[in-house]
Each structure stands twice: as C-alpha cells, then as structure tokens.
Design a protein around this ligand. Sequence first.
Ligand SMILES: C[S@@+](CC[C@H](N)C(=O)[O-])C[C@H]1O[C@@H](n2cnc3c(N)ncnc32)[C@H](O)[C@@H]1O
Length: 238
Amino acid sequence: MTDLSHADLDKQTVTKAYARWAPVYDLVFGAVFERGRELAIAAAERIGGRILEVGIGTGISLPHYSRECRLCGVDISGPMLRKAQERVAEYGLTNVEGLWVMDAENLSFPDASFDVVVAQYVVTTVPNPEATLDEFARVLKPGGEIILVSRVGAEAGLRRALEHWFQPAARKLGWRTEFSFERYERWAARSAGVKLVERRAVPPLGHFSLIRFAKEGGAETGRPTQLADSYPAARAAS
Ligand SMILES: C[S@@+](CC[C@H](N)C(=O)[O-])C[C@H]1O[C@@H](n2cnc3c(N)ncnc32)[C@H](O)[C@@H]1O
C-alpha cells in the first residue's frame, strides 16, 4: 500500500494542532489510550535505565513509570510540554531529568544516550516518520529498544476506504489515518543493526499496535537483547 504524499503533514500544521489540543488533550485522549501506554511502559521498564519519551505531550505517562527509571521527554509543542512540566511538579517526579521542546527528527542528544526510546501515538503525527525512526535508533544504546504505540492503517476493505476519506480532516487535527505497517517493516529492513521484534494489537478497536525494535549489540553492554517473542511469530493480526 502506498501512503499519499498530498496527505502528509508539516510541522506548522502539527504545532498549531497540538497548541489547540493542549488544554483538553488529557480529557479526550487520556482514558482511550491508557492500555497502550500501560503496555509500552511495562515493555520499557523491562529494560529500565535511562528512557527518552519522544512526543511526550502533556506528560500523561510520566507518573506511571517506576521511579527507578530516569526519564527525559521531548515534544515539538510548547503548550503540550508546559502541561507536562506542571505534571512533574504536581507529582514531585524527581526521576524526570528534563523536558525539552525538540523536534523528533533532529534530537539534540549524542549517539547512544538512552537505554530505551518510547514514542506513544507519535510516529503517525511527525512529518518524516522514517527520518524520525533513524533518530530514535541513533540515540539508542546497543542492546536497547525503541518502543512505539502507533496507529496502523488498514490494508484493504471498508476501514481502508474510511481512513482514506478521513485523512484530509485528520491532517488538520494533527495526525495521519493512512499509515501502513509495511513502512515499519521497510524501515527496519534498511536499518543496519535494528530488528523488528514485536507487533501486538492494542485497544481501542485493535487499530493501534505496540511495536518494538531492538538495537543489536546488547552482549557488548552486558545485557542480552530480548528476542523471545520474536517477530514475525508475535505478529499481530492487522
Ligand atoms: C497524539 S499526541 C501523543 C501524546 C502522548 N505521547 C500520549 O501518549 O498521549 C502526539 C504528540 O507528538 C508531538 N509531536 C508531533 N510531531 C512532533 C515532532 N516532530 N517532534 C516532537 N514531537 C512531536 C505532538 O506535539 C503531540 O504532543
């Protein structure tokens, strides 16, 4: 399936959209995405250490990580990030190292800075998803994981047609409805040292997936790369 370039997002549209969402984001998207966030956090905590959450938004996930994890967060939207800062203060989250306005596509962290990179409901909202995934892999330590929760577009049928129809409106709201899983597969296939290790459908409606990529070289850091639930054995039904 090809994704339509005319439907693609630009940074100005995204920042405008999330400035509008910021005051009501938690109310609208808090509960509905809760299960996906829980699963992503559980996967991240299995590795632990220093975790970067990209597109952290209002910081809704921050209080749910173990205080043992050191957390860094970035987002392109100042208004969303201000909510996250308020949350850090409200919950006294001393394990949060910092929150920065930063573009996921140009992270200002050195190579191999993090044990885990988490991005929940973010990859379909960035203008250049593959360049963004490249950045995630760059800042990840060998043996670490990229953990995504992301909307995956339908391959065919009524849902595919509805997603195509809704895409222009979705763009104004700040995300894509059309996004094939094949894009993740292609990205992993061309990225040296990165393996797709899990895809699992998550609510709501199974339209979203938990997607994990492992960066090889864990043995060098003394930590084995966990491939027990290797892709494609664990591939979710689309
Ligand atoms: C759908 S929200 C997800 C927020 C949060 N992760 C959650 O679980 O609800 C998408 C977030 O990604 C951010 N975002 C979009 N494009 C970005 C980019 N290029 N760089 C950094 N953050 C970006 C948006 O500002 C927004 O806060």
